[in-house]
Write a protein that binds this ligand. Structure first.
Ligand code: UD1
Length: 419
């Protein structure tokens, strides 16, 4: 359909001046162009402009966004009728929090980097908005696409909506029902201003319906983060990380913590440390540490406590492929990340989520995830239960099949020619 649409209405321009509009059918003979750029076929003296192209500005900013935009940008490219502009807000900027992911995931270099860096929520959000507005004025996209729930998501969403540019949100509808989490505010606000909402799991559909979002805006497409996992699992097997760290498959645990609720509060962080102290006595425990957590560890005088845990190894944040390999062979993963709850579900690795709630309930019913909160005894008993039990083989969540981005591209391509 899209190819037919492309051929039906194209402008023929000579010397860049539009002279006529051809009506043609898919069977018409079309001479081969010498080159194709930005929706324009260059035949030498003639330039053919296919009038039906969709221009989408794709926003990414923080670590989990990169895994989500990678398959979407690829799927857009494959339609042949969507032109992508990639904007990196610079919310994350370190080599290990950003650049490594572009390399590992083969994401094209961003067309624009807003370089906003770290700041308070208000300042960071405001900076992104201020710097994103002129980008939209320059590129004049038909749509802006945002992913996930970070500050970059809501900041760019707001700018687009206020300029009257349509907004698509990938990973819409997730709710932790905990408004103390900055991400929950970002999710609620972004969904309320989006024109298309792409949902990753059934709870998202229920939440949006309850909030009164019109059905025609909502599409259950599956999980783009899992597209990236399926696409990279084979490559990740080549990662030398286990050998480098002298680890046996199935012979170690992995920990990640970065939520303000866990690491910005000294009492909570200490309770989690109590649990880790016991767990690392059972198996070597690898802790790739987020910059926020590194900062708090020093500030709360917890560094010595962690140093005394001989089988707990703190390392720098890993790139995508190394982390995927490490996680895939772990015995138990303890985390407060959203994405890791989903990835362990597919990898069938036990996941203990060090939070009281999750916005991804399908990982509890279909996956290997358990909510354990931050009480040391509860964390340790849940860990012991995992050690004593084989992971389940429940059916995988619906549409977590590696094709979510293609479904998104199909819906977006249908917007061509719309107002
Ligand atoms: C952000 C997201 C969170 C996501 C997480 C993944 C929001 C509100 N939070 O939290 O949802 O799960 O990213 O990592 O958007 N820092 C560096 N280098 C970097 C980035 C950050 O050193 O490249 C340090 C800075 O000191 C910064 C702190 O980490 O102040 C926190 O970074 P920030 O982006 O504000 O929030 P995250 O905790 O990473």
């Amino acid at each position: 359909m899209i190819r037919i649409a492309r051929l039906i209405r194209w402008g023929i321009r000579r010397n860049r001046k539009e002279v006529t509009v051809l009506e043609t059918s898919p069977k018409s003979k079309v001479p081969s162009p010498k080159s194709e750029t930005n929706g324009t076929l260059d035949f030498g003296p003639w330039t053919l402009d296919f009038g039906l192209m969709l221009k989408i500005v794709n926003v990414c900013g923080a670590r989990p966004n990169f895994m989500k935009v990678a398959p979407v940008i690829r799927a857009f490219e494959e339609t042949g009728c969507i032109q992508s502009v990639i904007v990196h807000t610079g919310q994350h900027y370190d080599q290990r929090m950003s650049k490594l992911f572009f390399k590992d995931l083969g994401i094209p270099q961003p067309d624009v980097n807003l370089e906003v860096g770290s700041a308070s929520h208000a300042v960071q959000t405001a900076r992104i908005m201020e710097r994103f507005e002129p980008v939209l004025a320059e590129h004049q996209p038909d749509w802006v696409l945002v992913v996930g729930d970070v500050n970059s998501t809501i900041a760019c969403g707001l700018v687009a909506t206020k300029l009257g540019i349509k907004l698509a949100h990938v990973e819409a509808g997730l709710r932790s029902f905990d408004r103390t989490m900055p991400e929950e505010i970002n999710r609620l606000l972004t969904d309320s201003i989006s024109d298309l909402l792409f949902v990753s799991e059934p709870s998202g559909l229920e939440n949006l319906q309850r909030e009164g979002v019109a059905d025609e805006k909502v599409h259950f497409v599956g999980n783009v983060m899992i597209d990236t996992l399926h696409a990279n699992l084979e490559k990740a097997r080549q990662s030398p990380i286990l050998a480098k760290m002298n680890l046996e498959p199935g012979g170690y645990n992995v920990v990640t913590l970065h939520r303000p609720g866990n690491v910005d509060d000294p009492e909570t962080f200490k309770r989690i440390a109590d649990a880790l102290e016991v767990i690392q006595q059972d198996l070597p425990t690898i802790f790739p540490m987020h910059p926020r957590t590194v900062k708090q560890l020093a500030g709360f005088d917890l560094a010595k406590r962690f140093e005394s845990m001989k089988r707990l190894q703190i390392i720098e944040p890993l790139g995508y492929l190394d982390f995927l390999r490490l996680m895939s062979q772990a015995t138990v993963v303890l985390t407060d990340s959203g994405g890791i709850q989903e990835e362990t579900t597919i990898l069938r690795v036990w996941c203990l989520t060090v939070r009281e709630n999750t916005e991804r309930p399908v990982t509890l019913t279909r996956g290997t995830n358990t909510l354990v909160g931050t009480d040391a005894d509860k964390i340790v008993s849940a860990y012991r239960r995992c050690r004593a039990t084989a992971t389940s083989d429940k059916p995988m969540p619906e549409k977590w099949d590696g094709c979510a981005a293609e479904r998104i591209a199909d819906v977006m391509a249908e917007q061509i020619g719309g107002n």
